[in-house]
Design a binder for this molecule. Structure first.
Ligand code: PLP
Ligand code: ZN
Length: 423
């Protein structure tokens, strides 16, 4: 058995996987999947990875919380390319920032539904089928829902998605076209979240909502595995992650810890949380405990904020995996950085202009955080950093157009082109 059990992140209570579906029955805390690394090591090594030709998150099945595999239950797996997204050295941006270390951009906008969330939704989709789920549901700022709807379309499973009615139109279009039942809630993401939990319990739907479902973090850890392999096992010094609920960041940290426990890597990176200063609950909670010894991080208290950022995907009043996120920052000796919306929008332009990578606001926030940290000398000139780009820019054109400028309008005459004097 590769899984030892599920452990509450708040009170530490342990459960067997069959005993619990979502959260801790004692305190309501989110659960973390605990693996038996000695057992996993017997059948999974770096050389297995070197010879694997499965270039997707499924190359990491031995460290995923699934019993199915491609031999036993092929039909449970979406026939889509999930994960193993490209990573490239951002030389142009490094030069522009006068930074002599290495910046790597990992573009998770290149997933099937164009965001990082495909990693989590695909794992939950397989898990749900393993436990005989009928209807799937989730609350979402947009991307998690798009990802679940995309997987459910491919697997021909029914799903119901709750989004705030303000979600960008492209995300709503994706949801509808993937065939989900889309419920636009006249309220915030937080309202949609509570409603998804209530509906799941009322109608016995399988709920993917972030953090509440213990398997979302497991899917999200896979980018850390890819980074280790793609950088030829040279662990980066820092990984910049944009943070809303705090589930991606805790997944990324878990992934590095998994590979460390398996002996695949010999050191761990610092994980840097980037938040909008208009949606900063996790950054605030981290600041309150950042001076405490690690042993006292049981004290982590997350207070809700009134989120108003342009970066809709990280606009969260009450983060749903906040404690786990703050723990990830502390354990990894990282830090949190807050950036204003203007810098988030500016980062969309800089990434696009210099690296050919088109990011949605929440994704560009990670780069805005990196830029700020470099300018504040929180990143050394000798370091290697990875910036996770978690969603594609086409998902929110209205925000992109705020910094894109306008095309030149002319009559269809060559003389008009000449007049422009383009060099
Ligand atoms: C593009 C993008 N970036 C970052 C995040 C933040 O992830 P988390 O809510 O797990 O912190 C999200 C979540 O919706 C997202 O869609
Ligand atoms: Zn508990």
């Amino acid at each position: 058995m590769k899984i030892k059990g599920l452990k509450c992140i708040i009170c530490g209570k342990e459960y067997s996987p069959s005993e619990v579906k979502y959260v801790c029955s004692s305190c309501g805390g989110n659960l973390d999947v605990i693996y038996d690394y000695l057992e996993i090591k017997k059948h999974f090594s770096r050389s297995d990875l070197a010879s694997s030709r499965m270039y997707s998150i499924w190359r990491y099945l031995p460290v995923l919380p699934l019993e199915s595999n491609f031999t036993t239950h092929q039909k449970y797996f979406p026939k889509l390319h999930i994960g193993w997204t490209p990573i490239h050295r951002a030389k142009n941006l490094s030069k522009k920032l006068n930074f002599s270390g290495n910046i790597y951009i990992k573009d998770d906008g290149r997933n099937p539904s164009a965001s990082y969330k495909d990693r989590a939704s695909s794992v939950v989709a397989v898990k749900g089928q393993e436990i005989g789920a009928g209807v799937f549901t989730t609350a979402s700022t947009g991307n998690a829902g798009c990802a679940l709807a995309c997987m459910c379309s491919n697997l021909q499973l029914p799903c119901v998605i709750f989004v705030p009615k303000t979600a960008p139109r492209a995300k709503i279009a994706q949801l509808l076209l993937f065939g989900a039942k889309v419920i636009a809630v006249n309220g915030t993401y937080d309202d949609a979240f509570d409603l998804s939990l209530g509906a799941a319990s009322e109608f016995d739907w399988y709920c993917r909502s972030t953090g509440y479902n213990p398997y979302t973090r497991e899917g999200k850890k896979t980018s850390a595995f890819e980074i280790c392999e793609q950088l030829n096992w040279e662990v980066p010094d820092k990984v910049f992650v944009s943070v809303g609920d705090g589930n991606i960041i805790s997944g990324v940290w878990k992934g590095f810890k998994d590979f460390y426990a398996l002996g695949f890597i010999d050191r761990l990176p610092q994980i840097i949380a980037v938040q909008s200063d208009k949606s900063n609950a996790i950054s605030r909670a981290w600041k309150n405990v950042s001076t405490l010894p690690v042993a006292q991080t049981g004290e982590i208290k997350i207070a809700p904020v009134k989120a108003t950022t342009v970066a809709d995907s990280i606009s969260v009043d009450m983060p749903r995996d906040g404690v786990s996120a703050v723990k990830s920052i502390i354990e990894s000796k990282g830090f949190a950085v807050e950036v204003p919306d203007e810098e988030i929008l500016g980062a969309i332009k800089e990434l696009a202009e210099n690296e050919g990578v088109f990011a949605e606001p929440a994704a560009a926030a990670a780069f805005a955080g990196l830029k700020k940290s470099i300018s504040e000398k929180k990143v050394k000139d000798t370091e290697t950093v990875v910036c996770l780009i978690t969603g594609n820019g086409l998902k929110d054109i209205d925000s992109a157009m705020k910094v894109a400028g306008e095309p030149i309008l002319i009559e269809p005459e060559i003389e008009e082109v000449k007049k422009l004097n383009i060099q």
